[in-house]
Design a protein around this ligand. Structure first.
Ligand code: 13P
Ligand code: SF4
Length: 326
């Protein structure tokens, strides 16, 4: 008989959720990893918070029996690919990513077959199957450093984020064939609202994630991954910052430097007030974190054949980015 899983409506409302999560963590010998776009309370209870590269490194080196991953599914899959002997749990298996959705493995396979002289450099925001079809995985922290290590004559496909790809072409001068995917959060920032904010706060540093389109990035004085943006705000404190990425990042920025002033940028005209918030990242809650630890589900799994192929492209990334530090 199937064991009955505890559900949200059965959680005792008087329960000390944080205390229970800490107790379960010890009992299960678990480590909780969280991305910077998670709700503040999830970041605060995590053992480690980071960007995609930090989290991949942590997942590869963790010595716990269980990894509880507060992020989106592709990130938890990376943990499973690199640490297959560990149980990998997520609060909500529906936490996907628009970039992953933009790149179905069968279409990507055909695209690769149509360009046999190209290697595939693929952003980590993709499925395990697409990683298995790729040569090297990159994140926004290490993509530039990795591209600079690839011989100049080697042709490159870059997938799935066309904006990160065009930013990297601009930075490195390398011609790359781009897959046409986008992040639904970063593609929707309003240039008009940004220009107005800049006019009102002329002294503020404008910092942006490279998943933004070029008409946004051209206004930024610093472009980088979430970890790089947090580091920049720390190193340039005290000051004012217009931050163009998912606003979950402001939690650590404010914790690090309460004296800094941060402005987040709204979406396009007519867009909802929450359009700069990632709907996938925000599926995770403290309640669901607790439930996944009690229920030991949902678990993230990757078919062994896919895992072995995907591991190769991820390990190449880790080898080629040893020099990329915080
Ligand atoms: P970082 O690796 O910069 O944290 O970005 C991950 C991401 O895609 C979240 O959208
Ligand atoms: Fe994907 Fe964009 Fe959400 Fe990041 S912010 S997980 S790229 S949809």
């Amino acid at each position: 008989m199937m064991a009955q899983l505890l559900s949200e409506k059965n959680i005792d409302p008087t329960l000390d959720l944080e205390g229970e999560i800490r107790r379960l963590k010890k009992e299960m010998n678990a480590v909780i990893l969280a991305h910077y776009y998670q709700e503040g309370e999830l970041q605060d209870i995590a053992d480690f918070v980071g960007d995609s590269l930090d989290l991949s490194r942590k997942a590869a080196s963790a010595d716990a029996d269980v990894i509880v991953f507060c992020g989106v599914k592709f990130m938890a899959e990376v943990a499973k690919i690199l640490s297959p002997q560990k149980l990998v749990l997520v609060p909500d298996l529906k936490a996907g990513c628009s970039l992953e959705d933009s790149c179905p493995p069968a279409d990507f396979k055909k695209f690769r077959e149509a360009h046999p002289d190209h290697i595939a450099l693929t952003y980590i925001n993709c499925s395990a199957e697409v990683k298995a079809l790729s040569d090297i995985i990159v994140t926004s922290s290490n993509a530039e450093a990795i591209i600079r290590q690839i011989p100049a004559e080697q042709k490159i496909i870059f997938a799935p984020d066309k904006f990160l790809g065009s930013y990297l072409i601009h930075k490195t001068g390398r011609d790359m064939l781009l897959w046409q995917g986008t992040c639904i959060v970063h593609e929707q920032f309003s240039e008009k609202a940004l220009v107005q904010l800049k006019a009102r706060h002329a002294k503020a540093h404008v910092i942006a994630h490279p998943e933004c389109p070029p008409e946004i990035l051209r206004h930024a004085s610093f472009v980088g991954s979430t970890s790089m943006l947090i580091k920049y705000a720390r190193e340039n404190a005290p000051d004012e910052f217009i931050v163009i990425t998912e606003p979950g990042i402001l939690h650590q920025m404010k914790k690090n430097n309460p004296e800094n002033i941060f402005y987040d940028v709204p979406g396009q005209d007519g867009a909802c007030a929450w359009c700069n918030t990632c709907p996938y990242m925000k599926l995770n809650t403290l309640e669901k974190l607790y439930l996944c630890m009690v229920n030991k589900a949902p678990e993230v799994t990757v078919a062994e054949e896919v895992r072995l192929q995907a591991k190769r492209s991820l390990e190449r990334m880790l080898e080629m980015s040893v020099a990329v530090n915080r």
